[in-house]
Design a protein around this ligand. Structure first.
Ligand SMILES: *Cc1c(COP(=O)(O)O)cnc(C)c1O
Length: 360
């Protein structure tokens, strides 16, 4: 094998039962039998790529990641392709982003070739776990953690990279279920110069308190405003967010506090191809409120790998609830969802290079 991946397989007798009931798969609850790992040290760089049984990690309790959060992760999906094989969707972008996140967290750049070789081999080994039902996929979670057993605040000199796989269910098994979102003006997620552009665990730990507020207000996600003026809409939960006001599709520009989503980029490209007037511009919450009041707010939707498109039926801001159009799923939201899913499953050819079929 060109990357010399060491492989230790789980005995047939000890394999976990593969969940077959796609309706109860959910998200992030099931993991396949194996995982890919490799280590980094200053002397050896990224080394010892290996596939092992999915099992607890052995870390020193002083490990950097456990105290100072030196960690980054990614999230992407593999799909059972129309006509056989397995499709990966724009995964190079995930690894590019992972390396940008690494840079921000002072983690040495990942050996992307080794990581991708490991990913493909891991998927081959655990391919029986990829669900077949519409909307279901194999979720891929690459992660890097600093593991020096040392309590000083400095970048770790040793790291562990690993990839977990797990089958995930359709986000909308019975059709779209538009969500309610809560505009937080007590808390902020990120500020330019901070870590909002990086996919790093600490961002999510810091968001939990606002998520609780949202839930208390009967909403499922937080809509974050910019940290400086608490005025411009930025992101929702773990998704980028888009607004259609009349015929303009608006999303925040990548200001330094926004996570540059692969789905965001895909939505913008498709919408432009379809002739939609697309604007990456600052959009104030006041403008959104006005548009909701005068009827020009046609759609709001979140976009990210897990849900692809998450239509929003209403938002709560400063104690007021505003409905988005008729509260149903907008036409652009539905078209984007269907098109992206069709491309991911290989039923429609997407733009050049979006889908790579790996033969099993
Ligand atoms: C992962 C993530 C997104 C969406 O990125 P995708 O590449 O589309 O999955 C958006 N915002 C935040 C904060 C995220 O963590």
């Amino acid at each position: 094998m060109e990357h010399n991946i060491r492989i230790e397989l789980v005995d047939e007798a000890n394999r976990k039962p593969i969940p077959r009931d796609s309706a109860s798969l959910g998200f992030g609850r099931h993991f396949t039998d194996h995982m890919f790992l490799m280590n980094y040290s200053t002397e050896k760089g990224w080394h010892d790529p290996r596939i092992q049984p999915h099992q607890p990690l052995c870390l020193d309790p002083a490990a950097t990641v456990l105290h100072y959060g030196q960690q980054v992760f990614e999230g992407l999906k593999a799909y059972r392709a129309e006509g056989g094989g397995i499709n990966l969707f724009r995964y190079q972008k995930n690894f590019e982003r992972m390396n940008r996140s690494c840079k921000r967290l002072q983690i040495p750049a990942l050996d992307v070739e080794k990581a991708i070789a490991g990913l493909k081999e891991l998927i081959r080994i655990d391919q029986d776990w990829i669900p077949t039902d519409e909307g279901c996929a194999l979720y891929v979670r690459p992660t890097v953690i600093g593991i020096d057993p040392f309590l000083g605040v400095r970048p770790s000199s040793t790291y562990l990279f690993y990839i977990l796989l797990g089958p995930v269910g359709a986000y909308y098994p019975e059709g779209f279920n538009p969500i309610s979102i809560y505009v937080s003006d007590n808390y902020v997620r990120a500020v330019a110069g901070g870590t909002g552009e990086a996919k790093t665990g600490g961002n999510y730990a810091a968001s939990l308190v606002a998520q609780k507020e949202a839930q208390d207000a009967g909403c499922s996600q937080v809509l974050w405003l910019d940290a400086r003026e608490r005025k411009y809409v930025e992101e929702v939960g773990t998704m980028n967010i888009m607004f259609r006001i009349n015929d303009e599709l608006i999303t925040s520009p990548l200001t330094g506090s926004i996570l540059p989503g692969v789905t965001r980029d895909s939505v913008l490209q498709l919408a432009k191809e379809w002739g939609v007037h697309v604007s990456e511009r600052l959009l104030s919450i006041d403008e959104v409120v006005e548009a909701a009041k005068d009827g020009s707010l046609k759609e709001i939707f979140g976009c990210g790998t897990a849900a692809i498109i998450a239509p929003v039926k209403q938002f709560v801001y400063q104690g007021e609830t505003y409905q988005v159009a008729d509260g149903g799923t907008g036409e652009l939201s539905a078209r984007l969802y269907k098109t992206i899913l069709d491309i991911q499953y290989g039923r429609t050819a997407g733009p050049e290079g979006w889908v790579e079929r790996i033969d099993m």
